[in-house]
Design a binder for this molecule. Structure first.
Ligand code: BES
Ligand code: ZN
Ligand code: ZN
Length: 486
């Protein structure tokens, strides 16, 4: 099981300089430092290889100078990006053993810089190659971080980065899996295994359970699929003084494939809809991190898993569905299925727990991509404190958010005529906000709630410094940071 997502090509270790016997030394430098070389580095992550004479062995040794760009502009994100580019460079050159000298990361506090650097290295080394039949030419690299001072001080930072990067990689790996491999049934099994490995309580509600409960919104979305909808619930009890206090509930949309249903997507719009499960994978990845890091706060992860397909059993436009909350919804578009899945998941959350806060994560609308592009995810919330805390976590981790409104005036757009609600306005106004307003109907006003629309951030079509093409695992680092800072 573990090797399903433990796909890192780079292993990190930390050691004192005197212990190091690596082949290559990597030293971070700034653009100014690099001016002293004949080919100065310009951009973050540029690498200059220099030959040095080792007096002890009398042999040439190599040092890679890794550019962090201009000194005044160095932030932990810059260091993370440099780490990512270094990972790609190391993998391409098949370097087996590398020493990284961190003493030049002098413009940041060493802790933040080291964490960012390790995250970049590990995340930049992610590859989704399990379905390639040919042996790829990538090989594991053993990276040692060299420190001059007390080793243990740095070890915990490296360990933290390893856990976080492993959890982001889990989210990426599972998001990448095609819909013929991950469907609601196989996903539920993976979640069960994940829970067992991490000592989490796991409850799976299958089609029969959901029918008995009256969770018809999540059920309907899956009616067209051979693999029925499931609700996956993982529970982490907290530790120390936080144990058994009110939990933070993370709710994720996991459409293992979104064809749009009878409101069928276009030829180009349908491509990549395996990534419509990314919100749910972010929740699962976060649960793993929370358990491994033994955070104080109790956390519940609820993942609504469904596949939106067409068949004689599929739900249709014009259907009126009674949700778990008792509210009725008329289907305007079967492609607005994420909010149906989440409506029952959110109802389940507050019916079964007394949440300290509820945060849902979903690739909910194409509209948020139009509004914010691929730089920030949208956040809508009924609680300013929660919104601020999440936005601050977003700035710290560089998984950035931008707040959108939730005025009740928007409700007009989805007010039902033959039902309580419509699942879509049927017009293009305020798409992401309409999604948020719909979800708000399923959260009591006294429950602190935020909705993250990650449709633009969940996957990338080009390689980024520490996110290769495909799923990004967006939200895991953000949520872990938020939960750690509660
Ligand atoms: N899964 C899509 C949203 C999406 C679009 C995610 C592009 C990632 C990239 C969602 O289920 C959807 O189809 N939303 C519709 C809603 C509309 C029918 C009200 C949309 O945004 O167009
Ligand atoms: Zn859809
Ligand atoms: Zn969808």
């Amino acid at each position: 099981m573990t090797d399903q997502y433990n796909n890192h090509l780079i292993m990190l270790d930390v050691c004192r300089e005197s212990d190091w016997e690596g082949e290559l030394l990597v030293s971070p430098i700034t653009v100014d430092d690099s001016k002293q070389t004949d080919k100065p580095a310009k951009d973050v992550g540029d690498i200059l290889l220099v030959e040095r004479h080792d007096e002890k062995s009398d042999k040439p040794v190599y040092e890679a100078l890794l550019s962090l760009g201009e000194e005044e502009k160095i932030t932990s994100e810059i260091v993370r990006q440099a780490g990512g580019r270094l990972a790609n460079w190391l993998i391409k050159r098949e370097h087996k053993s590398v020493g990284i000298n961190i003493k030049n990361l002098n413009n940041l506090d060493e802790t933040g810089a080291l964490k960012g650097f390790c995250e970049g290295l590990l995340l930049g080394s992610f590859r989704f190659d399990r379905h390639k039949s040919k042996d790829t030419d990538l090989h594991a690299t053993d990276v040692k971080i060299l420190v001059e001072e007390e080793k243990s001080k740095f070890e915990s930072d490296v360990d933290h980065s390893v856990v976080v990067a492993k959890s982001v990689s889990l989210a990426r790996e599972w998001s990448h899996e095609p819909p013929n491999i991950i469907n609601p049934v196989s996903l539920a099994q993976r979640a069960r295994d994940l829970a067992e490995e991490n000592g989490l309580k796991c409850t799976i509600l299958d089609e029969e359970d959901l029918k008995e409960l009256g969770a018809n919104a999540i059920r309907s979305v899956g009616f067209g699929s051979q693999t029925p909808s499931h609700l996956i619930i993982l529970e982490y009890p907290g530790s120390g003084s936080g144990k058994d206090s009110d939990p933070v509930i993370l709710v994720g949309k996991a459409l293992t494939f979104d064809s749009g249903g009878y409101s069928l997507k276009s030829l180009t719009g349908i491509r990549g809809m395996k990534y419509d499960k990314c919100g749910g994978m972010t929740v699962l990845g976060t649960m793993q991190a929370v358990a491994e890091l033994k955070l104080d706060v109790p956390v519940v992860g609820i993942v609504g898993a469904a596949e939106n397909m067409i068949s004689e059993n599929a739900y249709r436009p014009d259907d009126i569905i009674t949700t778990l909350s008792g509210k009725t919804v008329e289907i305007i578009s079967t492609d607005a299925e994420g909010r149906m899945v989440l409506s029952d998941s959110l109802t389940y959350a507050h019916q079964n727990y007394q949440p300290r806060a509820v945060i849902d994560v979903a690739t909910l609308t194409g509209g948020v991509v139009v509004a914010l592009g691929k730089v920030r995810a949208g956040i809508m919330a009924n609680d300013d404190g929660l919104a601020d805390a999440l936005m601050e976590a977003g700035e710290r981790t560089h998984e950035r958010l931008w707040r959108m409104p939730l005025d009740d005036d928007y409700f007009e757009l989805i007010k039902g005529s033959d039902s309580d609600l419509k699942n879509s306005a049927g017009i293009r106004q305020a798409h992401p906000v309409v999604g948020g307003i719909f979800l708000k109907q399923f959260v009591p006003d006294d429950v602190s709630w935020a909705h993250l629309d990650i449709a633009g951030m969940a996957s990338v079509t080009k390689n980024k410094p520490y996110s290769p093409k495909g799923a990004t695992g967006f939200g895991v680092r953000l949520l872990v940071d938020y939960l750690e800072n509660l």
